[in-house]
Ligand binder design. Structure first.
Ligand SMILES: Cc1cc2nc3c(=O)[nH]c(=O)nc-3n(C[C@H](O)[C@H](O)[C@H](O)COP(=O)(O)O)c2cc1C
Length: 171
């Protein structure tokens, strides 16, 4: 099995908590996961992996979390041919219903455009919001986690269902 590279940015720690949970869950299922805070490394590091998980919360009304924002101009130029990635992110559907999870869309778009294979789309049905750059038809381009309105158990249940779904494609 190939090593998975998990890259996250997090300002108030929710995406870090989710990233740690995802790593532990995958390692309990015999995967090897390297976890990287994107604020500590450059985006080039992503290309060292063929199987990639990307976690980014949305901040400042429809913007990337600041560490992802700092690397975005390099990130959007990367060649993702041969790479498989799943995206997840934290957001607040009640507080920001017109920009819910935008960061997932902002990061997923250049990944797809530059040749990557995106896995881990999710139904929008469990959420209540108006607009999102992560929306593609009736699906979100990744897993949304709303720690502001849902309790931690509910977020863990969403992560488990999502990971069980994408696990075969991460092998
Ligand atoms: C000033 C501010 C702006 C935010 N903007 C958005 C937004 O546009 N869309 C959204 O879905 N969530 C937004 N959020 C909610 C955060 O994404 C949410 O709290 C998330 O869990 C933070 O993740 P982190 O702890 O990993 O940084 C915002 C929160 C704050 C405080």
């Amino acid at each position: 099995m190939k090593k998975i590279g998990l890259f996250f940015g997090s300002t108030s720690d929710n995406t870090k908590i989710a990233s740690d949970y995802i790593k532990d869950y995958l390692e309990a299922h015999d995967f090897e996961v390297d976890i990287h805070d994107i604020g500590d490394i450059g985006s080039e590091k992503i290309l060292e992996y063929d199987k990639i998980l990307i976690g980014c919360p949305t901040w400042n009304i429809g913007e990337l979390q600041s560490d992802w924002d700092a690397v975005f101009l390099d990130y959007e130029k990367l060649n993702f041919k041969g790479k498989t990635a799943a995206f997840f992110g934290c957001g607040d559907q009640t507080g920001y219903p017109d920009n819910f999870l935008d960061a997932i869309g902002i990061l997923a778009e250049p990944f797809i455009k530059n040749g990557g294979t995106l896995i881990g789309r999710c139904s929008k049905d469990p959420y209540d919001f108006r607009e999102s750059l992560a929306l593609d038809g009736d699906e979100l381009l990744g897993l949304g986690l709303d720690y502001d309105n849902d309790d931690e158990d509910a977020c863990e249940d969403l992560m488990i269902a999502w990971l069980d779904e994408i696990m075969d494609d991460l092998k």
